[in-house]
Design a protein around this ligand. Structure first.
Ligand code: FAD
Length: 472
């Protein structure tokens, strides 16, 4: 067998790449990892972690407001954006340093440079032009924001890459798009004191999520003061004396301080040299891989967002780990991409696992729906208007729960635990047999006894929903 400089060369030190490098090194492989920006990748530096810190910051607004109902007098609070940005920076630097130490402890060589592929076993480092040969190359380069639509002036807009480090918090912010990143930042900035407008091509927020959760988020955003304009396509952005002026194809004109484009992300494969090795991409530029993350070139693998399977941190980590087990641990491991729990960190938030009502109805012959919509206990004294929405989607033929959805406080935490039950194939009867924790919102998941709708594929429509089972 040919001699290589390393057994494994990983391109990209984000969630997937770091995990793969550490586990492979643990199996005794000689590993190098290249990173062109900051160790930790999107999640740690400009994704999940800093976003959640900002979500926490934003939620104090509601806490200050709610406190009065419980007897507190709170002086008018003020907010200091640069202070939050500095605190966030300190924390992500700490995390990045931990990632670095863990890689070093595992014996992984860290190379701070962009790397590009020259052939199936060779990469070149941009920093010094050095070439390194590897028995296996793992591409874990993540994704990058899409600047769509290609409207004139879009260079004035920011994306999620820049939003975390704005020197000044915008007083007026237009967010283009209504996916999870768009609605999360709308929810954050509206609470921090920005006047937020969302403009989206669609007819509701959060395409792909359960319809009722989408409506819950839309209503909560409006309630928090966000203006939402549907069926809008950005036509142009112009600079003005005091900010930016935007126009949409539907005639919506706005004067704002910042425009944030959040219309999606695409796999980060441009300029990577994949064509030099003959690696096949799909229509959106993602690396095509098999269940073991192997590309059509046997020595090149890919994990995480660059493969466009499910763009979530825990998925990238799991794929990276499975790759290392497969290639260096002698344990072929395929990652299952079904029943993946996830959350949308608006306020209140969405937690979900399994199929939406719509997806279930497209697949199963009989689908039973159990729903609850209620005012949480805390809101009785705080006076807050948001209602909790919960939905259980059941295969009517077998009683197996195939989807659980929640819009309400701590829904993300609940989705994590509900995912275990779904993974184990829990039936609705198992939910019913489970004793409640009282008083909580979560107890509704085990006390929803009355079916609110049944959909049978052969019939024209659902049975009439049982109004008594739906409070709101
Ligand atoms: P990344 O973490 O993106 O890492 C790729 C790394 O490769 C980067 O560090 C990049 O600099 C580097 N790189 C790229 N090209 C090269 C090259 N040629 N040479 C060297 N280095 C290179 N997921 C969740 O699960 N929960 C959330 O709440 C969540 N929130 C998010 C919020 C935002 C604003 C964003 C943008 C994403 C969020 N995600 C969330 C998604 C999550 O961040 C990604 O799914 C995850 O980071 C993917 O990991 P990865 O290893 O594929 O890529």
């Amino acid at each position: 067998m040919a001699d290589f400089d390393v057994d494994l060369f990983v391109i990209g030190a984000g969630s997937g790449g770091v995990r793969a490098a550490r586990i492979a090194a643990g199996y005794g492989a000689k590993v190098a990892i290249a990173e062109e920006f900051r160790i930790g990748g999107t999640c740690v530096i400009r994704g999940c972690v800093p976003k959640k810190l900002m979500v926490y910051a934003s939620r104090f607004r509601d806490d200050f407001d709610d406190a009065a109902g419980f007897g507190w007098s709170v002086p008018a609070p003020t907010f200091d954006w640069p202070k939050l940005v500095r605190a966030k920076e300190k924390e992500i630097s700490r995390l990045s340093a931990i990632y670095r130490v863990n890689l070093e402890k595992a014996g992984v060589q860290i190379i701070e440079s962009r790397a590009e592929i020259l052939d199936p076993h060779r990469v070149r480092l941009k920093a010094d032009g050095r070439e390194i040969t590897a028995r296996v190359i793992l591409v874990a380069t993540g994704g990058t924001p899409v600047l769509e639509p290609p409207a004139p002036g879009r260079e004035y807009a920011i994306t999620s890459n820049e939003v975390f480090d704005l020197p000044v918090m915008p007083k007026r912010l237009l967010i283009i798009g209504a996916g999870y990143i768009a609605v999360e930042f709308a929810s954050i900035f509206a609470r921090l004191g920005t006047k937020v407008v969302i403009a989206t091509r669609g007819e509701n927020v959060l395409r792909g999520f359960d319809e009722d959760m989408r409506c819950g988020v839309r209503d909560a955003l409006i309630h928090a003061g966000v203006d939402i304009h549907f069926n809008q396509l950005l036509r142009r952005i112009e600079k003005t004396a005091d900010g930016l002026r935007t126009q949409s194809t539907e005639g919506l004109q706005l004067d704002v301080d910042q425009v944030m484009i959040a219309t999606g992300r695409r796999p980060n494969t441009a300029g990577l040299g994949l064509e030099n090795a003959g690696v096949k991409l799909d229509g959106v530029g993602a690396i095509k891989v098999d269940a073991f993350s192997q590309s059509n070139i046997p020595s090149i693998y890919a994990v995480g967002d660059v493969t466009n399977r499910l763009a979530l941190t825990p998925i990238a980590i799991r794929e990276g780990h499975a790759f290392a087990d497969t290639v260096f641990g002698g344990k072929p491991t395929a990652v299952v991409h079904t029943n993946v729990p996830t959350a949308v960190f608006t306020t209140p938030e969405v937690g979900t696992v399994g199929l939406s009502e719509r997806e279930a109805r497209a697949i199963y012959d009989i689908v039973d729906i159990y729903e609850a919509c209620f005012r949480p206990l805390k809101a009785t004294l705080s006076g807050r208007g948001d209602k909790v929405r919960m939905k259980i989607v059941v295969d009517g033929a077998t009683d197996v729960v195939i989807g659980v959805h929640m819009f309400g406080d701590d829904a993300g935490e609940m989705a994590q635990l509900l995912a275990i039950a779904i993974r184990l194939g829990a039936k609705k009867a198992d939910f019913d047999d489970t004793i409640a924790v009282h008083p909580t919102s979560a107890e509704e998941f085990v006390t929803m006894r009355t079916r609110t709708a049944r959909y049978e594929r052969a019939t024209a429509g659902p049975e009439a929903p049982d109004a008594a089972a739906l409070e709101g």
